[in-house]
Ligand binder design. Structure first.
Ligand code: ADE
Ligand code: ZN
Length: 337
């Protein structure tokens, strides 16, 4: 069966679901830990491979928070972000919307400003050198309480012009979106776009809550929405984008096998699905790897691959001028492929 590696490589793409801390490759994690005197639970880079075997989301999160503890200085956050932007350039990603988890840093004594300035400078370098545009989404850790999220929102208000939206991530089960109803209302009133991880491990009810209680503009993951026909109709009717992450789903056992990935059912139901890498350093691949893995598992059609990539531009939070430029360039590129 012919696959579409060269089409995938040549397609302009967006990334709308990437935790910047999840792009921390083991090599850099060791370098930074050495430079900052941070102790890691691995003796070598090679040992991380054996450790990065996950049975569920929490298994991964435990190592993700441990890994990010190597990040201390503004330069560290710059290096992390700039390295990710180089992967974007390699994969022909033209626009990226990155998540960051300030609570994972502030709780270790790293200032919000240190994190933000380093990430922001990395993104700006990516624009200057590669022409890759970006937006920044601040996520609340849902295993913490709403008051903690409120304090992060207070800090984010100082950067209102540089942060496009707020999101919700970390341990899903037991932490429904409604737990964050007040902080999301305040974020919406302040003009932020809203997203939430929902239906990754959590039930369809959590997706309903993300839409009806929080009022999100996109759903991150959303796999389990397919268990509820009424919810699928609602997502299709509202053209609610889903940021789907195939290699993440495989590595966190959200799907038993990529051959069983529901992307085809999502597209058939008329959902605006996009493909993304989530935490590429932990899940074994960046954007093109995610497209190729899914294509190889499911033998997608050319139109489906083009449609998935195009949905990313449609669902992006950039301003309308940038979006129409990106879409025009995308359509021109497709016409030549
Ligand atoms: N934080 C980083 N990656 C995540 C994921 N896939 N789900 C929830 N929280 C996360
Ligand atoms: Zn995620």
């Amino acid at each position: 069966m012919a696959h579409h590696e060269s089409l995938i490589a040549a397609l302009p793409k967006t990334e709308l679901h990437i935790h910047i801390e999840g792009s921390l490759e083991p090599e850099m994690m060791f370098d930074l830990a050495g430079r900052n005197g941070v102790k890691l639970p691995y003796a070598s880079v090679e040992e991380t491979g054996a450790a990065y075997q996950f049975s569920n989301l929490q298994d991964f999160l435990d190592l993700y928070y441990q890994g990010m503890s190597a990040l201390m200085t503004e330069q560290d956050y710059f290096d992390l972000t700039y390295a990710y932007l180089k992967h974007c350039a390699d994969d022909n990603v033209r626009h990226t919307e990155i998540f960051f988890d300030p609570q994972g840093h502030v709780s270790r004594g790293v200032d919000f400003k240190t994190v933000f300035d380093g990430v922001s400078r990395g993104l700006e370098a990516g624009f200057d050198e590669f022409g890759i545009s970006h937006e920044i989404i601040m996520c609340f850790l849902r295993h913490l309480d709403e008051d903690d999220a409120e304090r992060m929102l207070d800090l984010a208000l100082n950067y209102r012009d540089r942060i496009v939206g707020v999101g919700l991530d970390s341990s899903e089960l037991g932490h429904p979106p409604s737990k964050f109803k007040n902080v999301f209302r305040r974020a919406r009133d302040a003009g932020f776009k809203l997203v939430a991880h929902a239906g990754e491990e959590g039930p369809p009810e959590y997706v309903w809550e993300a839409i009806d209680v929080l009022g999100v503009d996109r759903i991150d993951h959303g796999n389990r929405a397919l268990e509820d026909k009424e919810l699928v109709r609602r997502l299709a009717r509202d053209k609610m984008p889903l940021t789907v992450c195939p290699l993440s789903n495989q590595r966190l056992c959200v799907v038993p096998d990529l051959k069983k990935h529901p992307i085809q059912r999502m597209l058939d139901a008329g959902l605006v699905a996009t493909l993304n890498s989530d935490d590429p350093a932990y899940f074994g691949g960046y954007m093109n790897d995610n497209f190729n893995a899914l294509d190889q598992a499911l033998s997608l059609g050319r139109d489906e691959i083009v449609g998935l990539a195009r949905n990313g531009f449609v669902a992006a939070f950039c301003d309308e001028d940038r979006k129409s430029d990106l879409l025009r360039d995308f359509d021109r590129a497709v016409a030549t492929l």
